[in-house]
Design a protein around this ligand. Structure first.
Ligand code: MTE
Length: 334
């Protein structure tokens, strides 16, 4: 795509899986700090992404731990791809980075989604690798820095709609998932792509105390959905590398689906030949479907999906079918 930023030095670099010794040497400064706690089961164990209340504005702090690879900063901000603009103002950065849903960081005694950013400091995102397996010609362990340098990054403005009816509009930085899939060459028998989030109880307080959930967090797409031009792999937000609360250093963005499909902090990708079990769909199937397309005509069992609330302005407006991406994705479901 014309707007993708690819530094010249890396243009001819052939991408190879990272050697085992590199990823086994991954630094873990805080492994034994003991942030584990035996917290109690919170009253409501169901998915909640409410962002309506705006309290105590947060200061966004970047930790040294945000380092991923040398030269990462040269990729941000990336050139905006004008094919992916939107019809509404962007949300405030402080809202998108201060009110998050990331169950792995629900702290014992403080499961408030507005507090997620306070519990991410121990999460080590450096030297991030992604394990690729299953029905692919290119299995292996890939360093995120190599992927970004190989594919380049661009900025896209996307709507973002939670199943619990809040909505925002944000500028993601990253690369199309189709670029990654083309590189990984799934075998003809592959039908779905399954992704997993890091599962590190020692760094993620929500995992160590919410023992009733089937960790790690998993999500999946049918391969046609994954290859759609809109499906994006984000490594940045608001012109900077992703903050941990938003899924650093790499996450999925599928804006025509409810937010829970957009899995954060991805450590593995597996190509499979049937629809796999996923975190929310397996746990609460009556509330969270596998496909989970935004649809004003299909109510959630406990509330209507006909309208949504803008996270920054509080404006209530009608929900758009496929969250406004029908032109690009409706054909997938005909
Ligand atoms: N990914 C992981 N690993 N864990 C989560 O709890 N929450 C999902 C999704 N990805 C979640 C996740 C939900 S419900 C939503 S609405 C979005 O992340 C929220 O993304 P945001 O915090 O960047 O707005």
């Amino acid at each position: 795509m014309a707007n993708i930023h690819i530094p010249k030095a890396w243009e001819n670099k052939s991408l190879k899986p990272t050697g085992e010794e590199t990823y086994l040497n991954r630094r873990r400064l805080i492994k034994d700090l003991g942030i584990l706690s035996a917290g109690l089961l919170s009253g409501s164990a169901l998915l909640s992404c409410e962002k309506e209340e705006r309290q105590n504005p947060v200061t966004v702090i970047r930790e040294p731990n945000d380092f991923i690879f040398d030269g990462m900063e040269t990729f941000y901000p990336a050139t905006r791809n004008s094919d992916f603009s939107i019809d509404r103002p962007l949300s405030e950065e402080i809202d998108a980075t201060g009110y998050n849903n990331f169950y792995e960081f629900n702290a014992p005694g403080d499961p408030d989604i507005k507090a997620i950013h306070q519990y991410v400091d121990f999460f080590d995102t450096r030297d991030w690798t992604i394990e690729v397996s299953g029905l692919t010609e290119m299995p292996g362990t890939y360093h995120l820095g190599d992927l970004i340098q190989q594919f380049g990054v661009e900025e896209r403005l996307y709507r973002h709609r939670c199943v619990e009816t809040w909505a925002m509009a944000v500028p993601w930085t990253g690369f199309p998932m189709s670029t990654l899939i083309d590189f990984l060459q799934p075998k003809e028998t592959a039908t779905h792509i399954l992704m997993k989030t890091a599962n590190r109880p020692e760094e993620m307080p929500g995992i160590s105390y919410q023992t009733w959930w089937p960790w790690p967090y998993t999500e999946a797409l049918e391969l046609g959905e994954a290859r759609n031009e809109v499906t994006f792999i984000a490594t940045g937000l608001y012109g900077k590398p992703l903050l941990k609360q938003n899924g650093a250093p790499i996450r999925l963005v599928v804006p025509w689906k409810y937010g829970f499909k957009s899995i954060k902090s991805i450590v593995s990708i597996e190509f499979v030949n049937s629809q796999p079990a996923t975190f929310w769909n397996a746990t609460v199937p009556q509330e969270y479907g596998f496909v989970a397309n935004v649809d004003p005509g299909v109510p959630h069992p406990r509330w209507s999906q006909a309208s949504e609330t803008d996270i920054s302005t509080g404006e209530r407006r009608n929900t758009l079918k496929y969250n406004g991406y029908g032109e690009q994705v409706a054909h997938l479901y005909e």
